[in-house]
Design a protein around this ligand. Structure first.
Ligand SMILES: NC(=O)c1ccc[n+]([C@@H]2O[C@H](COP(=O)([O-])OP(=O)(O)OC[C@H]3O[C@@H](n4cnc5c(N)ncnc54)[C@H](OP(=O)(O)O)[C@@H]3O)[C@@H](O)[C@H]2O)c1
Length: 225
């Protein structure tokens, strides 16, 4: 059964209500990109594979972290630590699509790139520690996963959410401490769903979301039926 109404994004047409695997997710994007160009065997086909590989896990992780766990909504603010990375570049774009204001943290060399994705402000992690940032945010998304709830709690507005991608002792401590405040501490284990796939597909098809590739990998290929 298709997961979306006819006429909307073609990205998810082949997915069912059952949860797609990461490989299926990547394959779906390959098919859409080939179909959109009408050239199933074009010279640029390799790029479809690269986009798909880059998009599959990272984009779903970013979406579930911000909209799902972070409950990020239009008009809110988010700090993204690791904004220039695989997950972070999608998170920056998705936060903007959701209508949030984005502050990024990354290396100085990629600051302009993160700004170009929609961040209003970018901090260099080599010169500014998270604890030195004066602003307050509704969501702190640590895509780099090298901070702790304790460290980032002061960056959160009351009721705000800290979201991290790697489990650690600090995460356990953070979850315990969050029981005594209005601020939440969340850990993400990405689980692709057909609904998220359809949403991301629509954004890709509308040109709102773009995979960012800094190193082409030409050996990737998609299974053909
Ligand atoms: N839980 C899950 O389901 C899930 C899903 C996907 C990924 N992950 C995990 O999420 C993490 C991020 O993945 P990714 O693909 O986005 O990694 P990545 O592409 O390597 O990006 C890492 C990011 O961290 C930044 N960074 C490096 N050192 C930093 C520091 N000291 N302070 C702040 N930022 C720093 C990098 O900035 P520069 O490049 O500008 O230096 C870059 O933006 C990985 O650990 C991965 O295993 C978890």
């Amino acid at each position: 059964m298709p997961v979306r109404p006819e006429g909307s994004s073609p990205w998810a047409t082949r997915c069912t209500d059952s949860c797609p695997t990461h490989a299926e997710l990547a394959e779906a994007l390959c098919r859409i990109r080939r179909g959109a160009r009408g050239d199933g065997r074009s010279q640029t086909e390799g790029h479809f594979h690269e986009e798909a590989a880059a998009a599959a896990t990272a984009a779903v992780t970013a979406l579930q972290s911000l909209r799902g766990h972070g409950r990020l909504a239009s008009g809110q603010s988010v700090l993204i630590n690791g904004a220039s990375g695989g997950v972070g570049t999608f998170a920056t774009q998705i936060a903007r699509i959701l209508g949030a204001r984005v502050t990024g943290v990354c290396g100085a060399a990629k600051a302009d790139h993160v700004r170009s994705l929609g961040a209003e402000m970018v901090y260099d992690y080599k010169t500014t520690r998270l604890s030195q940032i004066a602003e307050r945010f509704d969501v702190v998304f640590d895509a780099a996963s090298n901070s702790s709830f304790e460290e980032c709690s002061q960056l959160l507005n009351p009721g705000g959410t800290y979201v991290v991608l790697l489990p650690s002792l600090a995460l356990m401590t953070g979850m315990f401490l969050s029981l005594f405040t209005s601020k939440r501490c969340r850990f993400v284990t990405v689980q692709p769903t057909a609904a998220d796939l359809a949403q991301l597909g629509a954004w890709f098809d509308e040109g709102k979301l773009k995979p960012i590739l800094d190193t082409p990998i030409h050996s990737l290929s998609c299974r053909r039926r």
